[in-house]
Design a protein around this ligand. Structure first.
Ligand code: PXG
Length: 287
């Protein structure tokens, strides 16, 4: 497997960065998780826009234009001859010293692009639906570390993931500091209720799959709303599902022990899933 590292394609074994890289020392950097389907990179522009927006707020200069970054991604995909892939783009602050001042990282940002086969939830879970729980770890406050930033500091989500796994669940709902549903550890959440598709308006990452689902729902005459959602509203929803680059759209059938709807993946959820699959076949950059 070839990995893109600072302008070169190197073997996986040789893809190494310094232990003085601030990405390693402090989680100082940004990343994106992208997918390609049948040699089309899905929503690449949106992913690059989000990556460069995170970098802008972190005052992290990416030494490639978006066009050059897109080329680096397709180059790596071609080098690994992958038709369907998971793409991880990492931009770290680069090599510095032991102080956290980013100005000490004089060499500039390190860029890593890893492309690999995708690992998904088992296929049967898409048919049966997922059972999830709410965990005690609250999603980062926007005033502290804004969930809109896809930074290398993912400990907030990792702590929630640990809590979910400790209780025997794969995924967990994280609440915001006011107690409203924010999102899951690596996915956005949707509910369908009173003939309306709702998703949290605050405290979450503005997911690219989330946006694609909102747009395709609107196009197909399903009403959508971004609003505040309580746990009660999730429990009494007709349908619930999660969205994310890795998971795509996965139905949720039980939350905190409460059965959602009739306990089976909902018909709107399945409709949106099939619309999403269609979208991945035509929307993307060819390589
Ligand atoms: N919320 C959070 C906190 C995320 O990290 C999403 C929502 C969904 O966003 P997108 O843009 O993907 O629809 C994410 C995305 C992984 C992995 O390796 C995680 C994500 C994406 C891809 C892979 O666990 N998170």
């Amino acid at each position: 497997m070839k990995v893109y590292l600072n302008g070169k394609l190197v073997e996986k074994e040789d893809a190494k960065v310094s232990v003085f890289d601030h990405g390693f020392l402090y989680g100082d950097g940004a990343f994106e998780g992208i997918r390609s389907y049948n040699r089309l990179v899905f929503k690449l522009k949106e992913h690059l826009d989000r990556l460069y927006e995170t970098a802008h707020t972190l005052m992290l200069e990416i030494p490639l234009t978006k066009e050059q970054m897109a080329k680096a991604i397709t180059l790596t995909l071609k080098a690994n001859n992958l038709n369907d892939a998971y793409i991880r783009v990492v931009v770290s602050r680069g090599e510095g010293d032991l102080g956290l001042d980013p100005r000490k990282c004089k060499k500039g940002a390190s860029i890593v692009i890893i492309t690999d086969k995708i690992t998904l939830y088992p296929q049967e879970l898409y048919k049966k639906g997922l059972e999830i729980i709410t965990v005690p770890t609250v999603r980062n406050l926007p005033e502290a570390l804004n969930p809109q930033l896809k930074s290398l500091n993912y400990l907030n989500n990792i702590l929630a993931k640990i809590e979910a796994r400790q209780s025997g669940f794969e995924e967990a709902i994280m609440l915001d500091a006011q107690g409203y549903v924010a999102e899951c550890t690596g996915d956005n959440i949707f509910i369908f209720r009173h003939n309306e598709l709702c998703t949290p308006m605050q405290g979450r990452l503005r997911g690219i799959t989330r946006q694609a689902v909102l747009e395709s729902a609107e196009k197909n005459k399903i009403k959508t709303k971004e609003c505040l959602i309580t746990r009660h509203e999730v429990y009494v929803a007709d349908e619930c599902f999660l969205t994310g680059t890795a998971a795509e759209i996965i139905p949720v059938v039980k939350v905190d022990g409460r059965i959602i709807g009739d306990g089976k993946p909902g018909k709107n959820t399945l409709k949106l899933l099939s619309l999403f699959k269609e979208l991945t076949k035509k929307d993307g950059l060819k390589y």
